[in-house]
Design a protein around this ligand. Sequence first.
Ligand SMILES: Cc1ncc(COP(=O)(O)O)c(C=O)c1O
Length: 313
Amino acid sequence: MKNISRLQTLNHPLFARHQVKVSIKRDDQIHPIISGNKWRKLKYNLQYAKLNQYKGIISFGGCYSNHLHALAYACQQQQLKALAIVRGESINQDNYTLSWAKHWGMQLSFVDRQTYRQRHETDYLYTLQQLYPDHFLVPEGGSNQLALEGIGEIINELNQQTTFDHLLVPVGSGGTLAGLIKQDNNQHNILGIAVLKQSNYLLNEVKTLLKDNKSHHRWSIENDYHGGGYAKFSTDNANKILQFSKETGVQFEPIYSGKMLLGFLDLLENGYFNVNQHIVLLHTGGLQGIAGLVEQNRLSASEWPLPPAPPAW
Ligand SMILES: Cc1ncc(COP(=O)(O)O)c(C=O)c1O
């Protein structure tokens, strides 16, 4: 899999007022289904599974998981079986995300929250591995060392495409941020915008993934823009995101890229960036998540266009 995403200049009166240059790395356009950081994270995981003759992948996620959606399609393309441990109830199995996942052959195993909480525990993972010895275990969100390697390629591409001062990215499990920090190796300021509340947890996750005895010192996580917690957002914020999308022609969703965007705009207004600096936003995809929000009546279908339906296979 070799796809280079384009770097697009973003024009907006705010950027001219603050005299900064803003670009967006369109990883959302990398592939119609395996979009954004999913492509980057899965690339070497799937390669590893194939090389080591695994027959399938087991991974974890919620009912609207971008990761499970992408993984299902990627496994189907690579002739790998896919088993998802899904947090929640099977009543959700016909939502947009999971019905596509099933369509691509993913097997879904629904577990309660208590069971799901064990997803990082050695004993639980050991038992799963015993049950499915020919499956490769990929953590929630795909965030492991192989994912960091794939994410690191974004930095190599950016260094070929431009020079820049800051790179902004939404942070969920921390894998994307860690991969960028590792490969960047203190060349740029890398700023993660947390999309959930547990800031200390996120910092530790990133440090653990970095195995940090090397001094990566040009990164931080902003914790003021989670909007109330994971997948929470106000109507006002959803409208701001929509407005920005209309002004720039770039679609965002309110769980990841939209929170990064709102964080960025607030930081810009508050003088975080210097005049003439070049700021790159990483669009991590996840637009399929809009469908679930429309299904739950949290976004209006007339205002939030659904991503195109995947091609039949
Ligand atoms: C679209 C999208 N952007 C960003 C993230 C956050 O990435 P990470 O979990 O690596 O922090 C995720 C979640 O995994 C995601 O689905």
